[in-house]
Design a protein around this ligand. Structure first.
Ligand code: F3S
Length: 399
């Protein structure tokens, strides 16, 4: 692999042992993928934060790295296993929380911002079109490639962290413009009414395309919140890292004008497919004992909508809205947090229904409006799931 003088010096240890180790691993990774060079990056997002998923081995890795290296650019963490401020009230164990805090402190010692979210683009880690970045949470990867038009592969947590330390990532895959073209066209005749339908579209298409890039022709603009849910679903039933929506996403025109486009297979999507997928995403028809929204982490407009829906109501089951600390703070300033808490709900920060040890709490059925959560909760948390719109879920648990 061709390295610049600066990269070579980092590789050879002139900038310390930590950077040399990071370069060595990233160069080896680049060689596996035939990368001809490294490319500078402008931001990173690091998964592998929850003690539930990385355990003691992950904690040791982070603490060890913190002794010899620092990140050199804007880097945020993925959701952790607990809400660090309200873990006790939510029912998480002290033992788990202590381990989780140690992991977060370890990341802080490397210079990573300890805000834990899968929607960093909503709170300031917002790359620009054509920026090269190194992100690892799959829905965030899908959003940043598709909706923002910055470029990242689906990194693992460690490779994103190492890239943040040296400011470089191997130049292959999604970093190369030619690899960002569409692979299959989905002509969607159905006019979407809600987020459960758009999530079902993502779930269905992800199963077909796996890691390829779908190009959607939709009848209307789904908006940013629904694009977030669409990408999360695509990335969970498949391994999609980028999609295009005609007339909406920034690289759709590039994909449309590419020589390969006219040769692509087109699949038609109608109402029957969407309704059928929605019904398959629920594992039970029982009333949820917890409705958990915010997968990916909720935006302020999604929280505003929940506040409008629960205003003046009394919730008879638990309601969590997962988001970042920053969006929770804005919710408080706007008065939404008070409205939601008065109804009996909670805004939960830094964690989510999938990476938290929610299976250790007393819940059996979780209601979600995210196809990604509906896909993961039964397997990762061993709980039943009800997949529906936010309006219907709140109706189910309101008096
Ligand atoms: Fe984010 Fe957790 Fe969903 S990390 S995308 S809220 S599973």
């Amino acid at each position: 692999m061709e390295l610049t003088k600066y990269e070579e010096n980092m590789y050879n240890g002139e900038y310390g042992e930590g950077k040399a180790e990071c370069m060595e691993i990233l160069v080896s990774l680049g060689k596996i993928y035939d990368a001809e060079k490294m490319i500078p990056i402008t931001s990173a997002q690091v998964s592998g934060v929850s003690y539930k998923t990385i355990g003691d081995a992950g904690l040791d890795f982070v603490v060890d790295l913190g002794k010899k290296a620092d990140v050199t650019l804007e880097t945020m963490l993925n959701p952790a296993g607990v809400d660090i401020e309200n873990w006790e009230e939510l029912g998480f164990s002290e033992e788990f929380t202590k381990k989780q805090i140690d992991i977060i402190k370890g990341y802080e010692s490397i210079g990573v911002m300890s805000t834990c979210t899968c929607t960093p683009y909503l709170i300031g880690n917002t790359p620009m079109l054509n920026d090269h970045v190194s992100w690892s949470e799959s829905s965030a990867v899908c959003y940043v490639n598709s909706v923002i038009g910055a470029r990242t592969n689906r990194e693992g947590g460690p490779s994103a962290l190492l890239a943040a330390i040296v400011g470089r990532t191997p130049y292959y895959g999604n970093h190369i413009l030619e690899n960002r073209v569409a692979d299959m066209i989905f002509d969607v005749s159905y006019d979407f009414n809600n987020e459960a339908e758009i999530g079902a579209l993502g779930y269905y298409v992800g199963q077909i395309v796996n890691d390829k890039k779908p190009y959607f022709k939709l009848t209307s603009n789904p908006g940013r919140n629904n694009l977030k849910l669409l990408g999360a679903a695509l990335a969970s039933s498949g391994a999609v890292s980028q999609y295009h929506v005609e007339g909406i996403t920034p690289e759709a025109e590039f994909a449309r004008n590419h020589d390969s486009f006219d040769e692509l297979e087109t699949i038609n999507i109608d109402e029957t497919i969407i309704k059928d997928t929605i019904s398959k995403l629920s594992t039970t028809d029982k009333i949820p004992d917890l409705v958990c929204l915010g997968c990916p982490h909720a935006s302020i407009t999604e929280i505003q909508k929940v506040a409008q829906l629960v205003k003046g109501k009394k919730l008879v089951k638990d309601l969590w809205i997962c988001t970042s600390k920053a969006i929770k703070a804005i919710s408080q300033q706007c008065g939404y947090l008070d409205i939601i808490e008065q109804a009996g709900g909670k805004i939960v920060s830094d964690t989510c229904m999938v990476v938290a040890p929610i299976e250790e709490l007393d819940y059996e059925v979780i209601g979600v409006n995210s196809a990604k959560a509906a896909n993961y909760v039964p397997n990762m948390c061993k709980l039943d799931v009800v997949y529906d719109t936010v309006e219907n879920l709140i109706d189910m648990i309101s008096e």
